[in-house]
Design a protein around this ligand. Structure first.
Ligand code: HEM
Length: 518
């Protein structure tokens, strides 16, 4: 075990003594100089500001609970809508239509992050008429009203960009922008899906090695990137303009770290470039990763109905006890199997599958775990001098058979109290598990993501049985005595290449309402 620990801790050492500069310069056209791409003291100041304004925002915990429940409500509303459309189009007899849940999850999660950072109450997906968000709102009425209602007359100053409106033009301006952002949403989501691929393609091309000005002057890829960025910047700009006082974006706007005014062709001069870059970063980081992780988790649960049933029973027992439909952050601590399912899904499908850093000092690491006795044989190590670019392939680390028992299996049980747990938790401690990265540049949104994923998944699984029609067909054949030699692992989806990964060609599932859902 000691040897194994030393091996996995090499990634920890690389991440501690390293910088993103200049390895992430190809992200700069996308996230500019936001916290994701900034470096040195500028990055430190930005990270401190974002953490302060986003995570230490008063009432964040309550808002997060409301919003995570609302992700599920939006998703449930989308499913109901899709079923209705199918019924009206004459396919009503088809009891269990197959639907691509990825765009549904993308729309649900963008609503969450948009509202969290702007406090502007826009709904991007259709909600259920019996939606629990309404009940939830009742529970946190005062919080919700103060943060999310249309501003009343004395709240005029709440907009960041306030050109002294009268009551009347204030309302219409506000509603116009709300309308604009809803219209822009489909194009925004298509564009962020595309930009993930362009940025990755760039990092794999000759342009990555050439000066940035050459890329901008001569590369057709740059022109495509610019075209793709137009709706992304516009969406972020509207988010900044719609942000209400006290919201993370409004608070960031007041901080030195984010208030430099730089003019540009795509933004009004009132909004600093720094704020716009941060809005682009947070909207993407908060939406894409959560939607992708929820998609992969539903994918795995559909291929493992017995694990899905165990999660459903666990949720049901907690909900029955407290007689509510909404899930609170506290309740998630009583859902250990759900927690294990999410951890295991992020082990098999870390949605940011690799990260890159430039080393700031020389390091020596063992080249293989069996060779980890470096003191005995110094030749079996590899030295990496300062300035080396090191890529940590998180996906491979999470599936390394020398670090994990049965690495390719979906085994949530490994995170529960068993022999496996003892071993695998040891690996976590020593850096063999890092879906949120580790070190100073780890994910700052991790505390939010943990709550969002748990609440949204619990609500969705409590509402629906999630089925993969391919797996169902396989089961039927198996019952009929036809063995085609395929198992759940063979039905796993490929990852669509991008700097974050979604299931390739979407995720087509059947969602069947649970008879016993509360
Ligand atoms: C399932 C959800 C999430 C996963 C798996 C995830 C994963 C990651 C990973 C692996 C990194 C390091 C990337 C790199 O160095 O290349 C990162 C960084 C980051 N994440 Fe997340 N993330 C998630 C959700 C969020 C959320 C909800 C937010 C904020 C709303 C967020 C904001 C950020 C930011 C700002 C950084 C850059 C931090 C820095 O460079 O100092 N993430 N995330």
């Amino acid at each position: 075990m000691a040897m194994k620990r030393r091996m996995s801790s090499s990634s920890q050492r690389m991440l501690t003594g390293s910088t993103k500069y200049p390895a992430y310069d190809h992200f700069k056209n996308f996230s500019g100089d936001g916290v994701f791409t900034a470096n040195g003291s500028e990055w430190k100041a930005k990270r401190a500001s974002v953490i302060h304004c986003l995570l230490h925002n008063s009432n964040m915990d309550k808002l997060l609970e409301i919003e995570a429940n609302r992700v599920a409500d939006s998703f449930i509303g989308e499913v109901a809508n899709a079923l209705e459309i199918r019924k009206n189009s004459g396919n009503g007899e088809m009891e269990n239509p197959v639907m691509n849940v990825v765009p549904m999850l993308q729309r649900s999660t963008i609503g969450l992050i948009y509202r969290l950072i702007t406090h502007n109450n826009v709904e991007f997906s259709p909600t259920t008429t019996t939606g629990t968000s309404r009940k939830c709102r009742g529970k946190f009425e005062s919080t919700f009203e103060s943060y999310f209602s249309l501003p009343s007359s004395d709240a005029k100053e709440q907009l960041i960009k306030n050109d002294e409106p009268t009551e009347c033009n204030f309302r219409s301006k506000y509603q116009d922008r709300e309308e604009q952002i809803k219209l822009l949403l489909p194009t925004y989501l298509q564009s962020v899906t595309r930009i993930r691929m362009i940025v990755l393609a760039q990092s794999r091309s000759i342009w990555y090695l050439l000066p940035r000005w050459m890329y901008r002057a001569f590369s057709p890829m740059y022109r495509e990137e610019e075209r793709t960025m137009v709706p992304i910047r516009k969406f972020a700009q509207l988010a900044c303009e719609n942000a209400l006082a006290g919201s993370p974006l409004a608070l960031l706007n007041q901080r030195n770290s984010h208030s430099s005014l730089v003019d540009g062709p795509f933004r009004p001069p009132e909004i600093s470039k720094d704020l716009l870059d941060e809005a682009i970063t947070l909207l993407f980081a908060g939406q894409d990763t959560s939607a992708a992780t929820l998609s992969w988790t539903l994918h795995l649960l559909a291929l493992h109905p017995e694990k899905q049933e165990r999660v459903a029973m666990e949720i049901q027992s907690v909900l029955t006890e407290v007689e509510t439909k909404t899930i609170s952050k506290n309740m998630t601590s009583r859902l250990p199997f759900l927690d294990a399912v999410i951890k295991e899904s992020m082990r098999l499908y870390p949605v940011a599958p690799f990260i890159v850093r430039k080393l700031t000092s020389d390091i020596t690491i063992p080249i293989d775990e069996e060779l980890a006795g470096i003191q005995k044989d110094p030749k079996k190590t590899i030295s990496m001098p300062a300035s080396t670019f090191a890529c940590i392939w998180i996906y491979a680390l999470h599936r390394n058979p020398k670090l994990w028992e049965r690495p390719d299996e979906f085994l949530p049980e490994r995170w529960i109290d068993t022999e496996l747990r003892k071993r695998d938790l040891g690996q976590v401690e020593y850096g063999a598990y890092m879906p949120f990265a580790i070190g100073p540049r780890n994910c700052l949104g991790q505390p939010l993501a943990q709550v969002i994923l748990r609440i949204a998944l619990a609500r969705i699984i409590n509402k629906f049985v999630v089925l993969d029609p391919r797996f169902e067909a396989l089961q039927k054949m198996y019952k009929a005595g036809i063995d085609v030699g395929l198992g759940p692992k063979d039905l796993r989806k490929d990852m669509q290449a991008g700097f974050t990964v979604l299931p390739s060609n979407g995720l087509h599932l059947q969602l069947m309402e649970r008879d016993d859902n509360m």
